[in-house]
Design a binder for this molecule. Structure first.
Ligand code: C2E
Ligand code: MG
Ligand code: MG
Ligand code: MG
Length: 288
């Protein structure tokens, strides 16, 4: 009896695995067609100068408007895109689309675009970026490329060469999600980053966790001594904003300052920095 029910459970698992495999294959083929079906969209979240609460630019974040599942966040489909290599095409589309959108903005505003570690394994990534910048007429000096530490694990020499090529073109390179994953101080020394973004898990932990706060302080100090600004991401409350100001972060990003929005909701052509300027409303009135 025990044996049969054991077999039953195995059969159940097999069926479950089949179902998941089928589901994944389906997602994969849908994802291949998602761009041409206009289901992929970008939303843009502001990042600001910490002291003035002035918008410096926007980060492009990908969304998949799936016909059945609704609006999907990157963690629901980027892993599939990366495993299948779809991310290569998708990443080019993201950059092109983001540059087109940002071309409409005030010229003082920067554009930050996330790149997958998989894209950094390509030897011709920098020329491809150059071609897209040329095609869209977007000024390389306004572009920030964000990568996380996973990109620095494999193919380090290819990644290093690409980062140098990007910098030669005038593009800034940003270490995203710093402090998660495989942080190594030597990464900061060996790779030519212009900026660090502290992962939001540190920011959310800061108010209750003295250790998280010490780490933020240490990262800011590290950035200062190596000569690059530090951004705090994921700021949701005034309390967190005040804390990271105390620690000396130079840039801020998070729901407190503005959520990711579709491009048409960002800019009011009449006002240079847009109308969704909640930050400016309190910028002068924050009581430190
Ligand atoms: P990321 O680059 O670290 O982006 C910040 C993430 O935090 C975004 O999640 C954003 O919506 C979210 N966020 C911003 N402010 C807050 C806040 O105050 N509280 C909380 N809880 N979350 C906040 P999202 O859009 O789900 O993106 C997740 C990750 O997916 C990104 O993390 C980035 O690594 C990746 N990603 C997004 N778009 C792209 C893309 O176009 N290409 C590639 N390769 N990766 C992308
Ligand atoms: Mg990012
Ligand atoms: Mg991040
Ligand atoms: Mg991230």
């Amino acid at each position: 009896r025990a044996k049969t029910s054991g077999r039953g459970i195995m059969a159940f698992f097999d069926a479950e695995i089949d179902r998941e495999t089928r589901e994944r294959r389906r997602m994969e083929s849908e994802l291949r067609n998602a761009v041409s079906r206009k289901q992929i969209q970008l939303v843009f979240q502001p990042f600001l100068a910490a002291d003035e609460a002035k918008i410096l630019g926007y980060e492009a974040l990908i969304r998949w408007n799936h016909p059945e599942y609704g609006l999907l966040l990157p963690n629901a489909f980027l892993p599939i895109a990366e495993e299948t290599g779809i991310i290569i095409q998708l990443g080019e589309w993201v950059l092109r689309e983001a540059c087109k959108t940002a071309s409409q903005w005030d010229e003082r505003l920067s554009l930050a675009v996330n790149f997958s570690p998989v894209q950094f394994r390509l030897v011709n990534l920098a020329p491809t970026v150059g071609a897209i910048l040329a095609e869209t007429g977007f000024d390389p000096h306004r572009l920030e490329v964000e990568i996380n530490e996973a990109a620095l694990l494999k193919d380090r020499s290819t990644t290093l060469a690409t980062l140098h090529q990007l910098k030669e073109m005038g593009v800034r390179v940003v270490m995203d999600d710093f402090g998660t994953g495989h942080s190594s101080l030597s990464n900061l020394r060996c790779f030519p980053f212009d900026m660090i973004k502290i992962d939001r898990s540190f920011i959310s932990a800061m108010s209750s966790d003295e250790e998280a706060r010490s780490l933020v302080r240490a990262i800011v100090g590290l950035g200062r001594s190596l000569g690059f600004p530090v951004t705090a991401e994921g700021i949701e409350t005034l309390e967190q904003y005040k804390m990271i100001m105390d620690e000396g972060c130079s840039q801020v990003q998070g729901l407190y300052f503005g959520q990711p929005n579709p491009p048409e909701a960002l800019m009011d052509a009449a006002t240079p920095f847009g109308k969704s300027q909640r930050s400016l409303q309190y910028a002068g009135s924050v009581d430190w």
